[in-house]
Design a protein around this ligand. Structure first.
Ligand SMILES: Cc1cc2nc3c(=O)[nH]c(=O)nc-3n(C[C@H](O)[C@H](O)[C@H](O)COP(=O)(O)OP(=O)(O)OC[C@H]3O[C@@H](n4cnc5c(N)ncnc54)[C@H](O)[C@@H]3O)c2cc1C
Length: 264
């Protein structure tokens, strides 16, 4: 596993594992406080989901995925081969354990506890992108104007409005308004008359994912990369796994001196 970047400072305080959006921005903000950071990537920068995602920056919609209504309609959708996310049925104990744990967490109390953590983070999310832009990250985020969630049936739009209401009660910063299909079509000409209702969500942004990851990688590299330095002993053999409800990692060699690993 090659070292993507070497941090500055006499020792590497933090090893960030994974050069996706999360790992690279973790590294960038650690560099802001002068931590010595090394990013370890087993493949190449942006090899994971960050490179090809849809580019939405929508903290208003960011909430724990497990929630009570998922049990009503979400699992039915997941079990349909026509659903966007469809795990093919197979005897897989890991998948069974994951699904059982997911169902257990679809409780109102768990969701509210999750939201208590999300709300203050979501409130600062877009500011974090402004901090990157005010630093040395050249890629920019764009305001969406109106972000439209469109539905073929009015009752599905009402369901989203009810969910957004729950988010607002939990303290999420939200600016949204239900609109008719006709109004949505007037706002977005690509929509057909199959859109019966929509919800307009304001104040969100988007970004070009590959451009952003590339630019963030360059920014992290330019603030301390010494690419002529070989990777620390044994770094290529770093192993991470998920066990006992937390990420575990094994030091690849006693000579690998990193005080804090951050698995991204
Ligand atoms: C189709 C799709 C659309 C999405 N759309 C959006 C969206 O619009 N808005 C949004 O906010 N989110 C979206 N997401 C989610 C978002 O893409 C992810 O949450 C985000 O990219 C996760 O970033 P990451 O850095 O944690 O992971 P990744 O980008 O997956 O990066 C992980 C990196 O770690 C490396 N790695 C893995 N294991 C090791 C190891 N043992 N040692 C070293 N390196 C390792 C991988 O090679 C990879 O480069 C979408 C996801 C998908 C799949």
């Amino acid at each position: 596993m090659p070292s993507a970047y070497q941090g500055h400072g006499p020792t590497d305080d933090v090893a960030v594992i994974g050069a996706g959006m999360v790992g690279l921005s973790t590294a960038w903000f650690l560099q802001e406080i002068d931590a010595g950071v090394t990013v370890y990537e087993r493949d190449h920068v942006g090899a994971g989901a960050s490179w090809g995602n849809a580019g939405w920056l929508t903290p208003a919609l960011t909430a724990p995925l497990p929630e009570p209504s998922v049990l009503r309609y979400g699992l039915r959708a997941v079990l349909s081969p026509r659903a966007p996310v469809y795990p093919p049925p197979r005897a897989d104990s890991d998948l069974a354990r994951f699904l059982a744990g997911y169902v257990r967490r679809c409780a109102g109390r768990q969701w509210r506890r999750g939201m208590a953590t999300y709300v203050p983070v979501n409130a600062r999310a877009l500011d974090a992108f402004d901090a990157l832009a005010a630093g040395n990250v050249t890629a920019r985020t764009q305001p969406t104007g109106a972000f439209l969630a469109c539905f073929g049936r009015e009752r599905d739009a009402r369901r989203l409005v009810a969910e957004l209401g729950q988010l607002a009660v939990a303290g999420q910063q939200l600016d949204y308004v239900p609109i008719s299909g006709r109004r949505a079509r007037a706002m977005e000409r690509a929509l057909t008359d199959r859109v019966a209702a929509a919800v307009e969500i304001r104040g969100q942004r988007f970004r070009h994912p590959p451009e952003f990851v590339r630019s963030l990688a360059e920014a992290v590299r330019s603030r301390g990369c010494r690419s002529d330095r070989p990777p620390p002993e044994g770094a290529r053999a770093l192993r991470c796994r998920w066990a006992r409800r937390r990420a575990q990692w094994r030091r690849p060699s006693p000579r690998w001196r990193v005080r804090h690993p951050a698995i991204a």
